[in-house]
Design a binder for this molecule. Structure first.
Ligand code: ATP
Ligand code: MG
Length: 420
C-alpha cells in the first residue's frame, strides 16, 4: 500500500469542512480590515528564500524542500509566504498602487522538520502583509487583526508577546555584544549555538534547548541598544496596543526565525498546544523590499499557522449539508428520467441526490434517510406508465401522488418553500 509522505496530511471531508470554515472566518475579518487576496505559486527560485529569509537561518540551512528541475534551475517549495509576496510586489510594480497596500494569501507551506503535534512538513498559513506604512499604528492594527481572526475561530486565552529588533543601525553593535557574550559561554552552549555565535548570533536566542536558554537569561538585551527612532517606534506600538485594550507581554528575548525583521516583532501563543504553542507570528521588515531590488518600502506582516489555530479553535465539525430532495427511481427508464430531473433542479439551486445503481425501493429510502433528505420523489414503473410520481415528506412519512404535469408546479412551490 502506498501511503502519504510523512508529515503530509490528508484532509478528509469533515476536516476539510472545518478548514474551510476557519478560512471563511479569516476572510470575513480580513475584509473588515480592507485586505485583498493575492494567490501565488508554491514554487520559487531557491535564491529568493536564501536572500530574504537569510542564509544562516534554520529554514534555509536545513528545512527547505529544494531540488533541481529538468532545466537545471534550483527551485524550492515555499517555506513561508512573505518572500513570494514581496517578489510579486516588486515584479508587478505594485509599489505604484495607492499606499498602504494590504494583501493576504492563504495556502500550503513546506518545511522539512520533525513531524509532531502542531508541526507538519506541509502546513498552511494565512499570511498578511501591508506595504507602505511605516507607523507603529499599523503594527498594532495587524496585532488586532491577528487576534480578531484567531478569536473568530473560537481561540481563547491568547497571549501576545512583543519585542523590538531595532534597525540595522542599532542591531550591529548589539550583534557584536551578543557575539562576545556567546563566546564567553561557548563551552556551555550546544553545537548549533556555537555555530550561530559566529554566523548569526541573534539566532542563538531562539534556540529550543533548555541549557542554552538558561545561559541566555544573562545575555545582553537589544532593548538597551535601541537607537532613538527605534525606541520611539516601539513606544508608539505599545501605546497603540494599550489604546486598543490589547494586553501584551514584553519579551526582550523574543527573536524571530527569519533575518528580515526590523523593529516590531510579535508572537501570539495559545495555551494547551504544548511545545508548539505559537499560533501566529510576525513583525516589521522595512529593509526587505529594497534588499530584493524594489524601492525603499516599509512593510509589516504576520502569518497564522492554520493547523495550530485549528487545534485551539471551536473545532466544530461542519457537516455536509442535507439534500433537499432525493429522487428514488425504479427501473432503467425511471433512472434516465431521474437523471434529467436532477440536473434540472440543480440548475435551479436545489441540492438533489439520486441513485443509478438499481437498488430496491427500501434501500433507496434508507439512503435518503441516511442523507437526511427532506423529500423523496419516488418514481416506479407503475408511476411512470401513469405519468405520475410520489412525493414523500421524509420527516412525517406523508406522501402524495401527483401527475407529471403538476409536478413542475408543485416543485416550484416546494422550491419557494425550501429556498425562502
Ligand atoms: P516555530 O518556532 O514553531 O518553528 P517558526 O518561527 O518557524 O515557528 P514562522 O515561520 O513564524 O514559525 O511561521 C508562522 C506560524 O506558522 C507559526 O507560528 C506556526 O503557527 C506555523 N508553523 C510554522 N512551522 C510550522 C510547521 N512545521 N507545522 C505547522 N505549523 C507551522
Ligand atoms: Mg520553525
Amino acid at each position: 500500500m502506498i501511503k502519504a509522505v510523512r508529515g503530509f496530511k490528508d484532509l478528509l471531508p469533515e476536516e476539510a469542512g472545518v478548514f474551510r470554515w476557519l478560512e471563511e472566518q479569516a476572510r470575513e475579518i480580513l475584509r473588515r480590515y480592507g485586505f485583498s487576496e493575492i494567490r501565488l505559486p508554491i514554487l520559487e527560485r531557491t535564491e529568493l528564500f536564501a536572500r530574504s529569509i537569510g542564509e544562516s537561518t534554520d529554514i534555509v540551512e536545513k528545512e527547505m524542500y529544494t531540488f533541481q528541475d529538468r532545466s537545471g534551475d534550483s527551485l524550492t517549495l515555499r517555506p513561508e509566504a512573505t518572500a513570494g509576496v514581496v517578489r510579486a510586489f516588486i515584479e508587478h510594480g505594485l509599489y505604484n498602487r495607492p499606499k498602504p497596500l494590504k494583501l493576504f494569501t492563504i495556502g500550503p507551506m513546506f518545511r522539512h522538520e520533525r513531524p509532531q503535534k502542531g508541526r507538519l512538513r506541509q502546513f498552511h498559513q494565512i499570511d498578511v502583509e501591508v506595504f507602505g506604512a511605516a507607523s507603529a499604528g499599523m503594527d498594532a492594527e495587524l496585532v488586532a487583526l491577528a487576534l480578531g481572526i484567531l478569536r473568530a475561530g473560537g481561540a481563547r486565552d491568547l497571549r501576545l508577546e512583543i519585542n523590538s529588533l531595532g534597525c540595522p543601525g542599532c542591531r550591529g553593535p548589539y550583534r557584536e555584544a551578543l557575539r562576545e557574550f556567546l563566546f564567553s559561554r561557548r563551552e556551555r552552549l550546544c553545537e548549533d549555538c556555537r555555530r550561530r555565535a559566529e554566523r548569526n548570533p541573534l539566532r542563538a536566542l531562539d534556540c529550543k534547548r533548555e541549557g542554552c536558554q538558561r545561559e541566555y537569561q544573562e545575555a545582553p538585551m537589544l532593548s538597551a541598544f535601541l537607537c532613538e527612532d527605534c525606541r520611539r517606534h516601539y513606544q508608539h506600538f505599545k501605546t497603540y496596543l494599550q489604546e486598543g485594550g490589547i494586553l501584551f507581554i514584553e519579551n526582550p528575548r523574543l527573536v524571530r526565525g527569519l533575518d528580515y525583521y526590523t523593529r516590531t516583532i510579535f508572537e501570539i501563543k495559545a495555551p494547551g498546544l504544548g511545545a508548539q504553542d505559537t499560533v501566529a507570528a510576525g513583525g516589521r521588515y522595512d529593509g526587505l523590499v529594497s534588499a530584493l531590488g524594489g524601492p525603499e518600502t516599509p512593510a509589516v506582516g504576520f502569518a497564522i499557522g492554520m493547523e495550530r489555530w485549528w487545534l485551539v479553535s471551536r473545532g466544530s465539525q461542519r457537516e455536509v449539508a442535507a439534500p433537499d430532495l432525493f429522487i428514488a427511481p425504479l427501473g432503467e427508464e425511471a433512472r434516465r428520467w431521474a437523471f434529467r430531473l436532477a440536473a434540472l433542479l440543480r440548475d435551479r439551486g436545489l441540492k438533489v441526490e439520486s441513485d443509478y445503481e438499481g437498488r430496491s425501493l427500501k434501500a433507496l429510502l434508507r439512503q435518503a434517510d441516511r442523507l437526511s433528505a427532506r423529500w423523496a420523489l419516488i418514481l416506479g414503473e407503475q408511476e411512470l406508465q401513469e405519468q405520475r410520481a410520489l412525493l414523500r415528506d421524509l420527516a412525517s412519512g406523508t406522501q402524495l401522488s401527483l401527475p407529471f404535469r403538476d409536478l413542475e408546479d408543485l416543485l416550484n412551490r416546494v422550491l419557494i418553500e425550501i429556498l425562502f
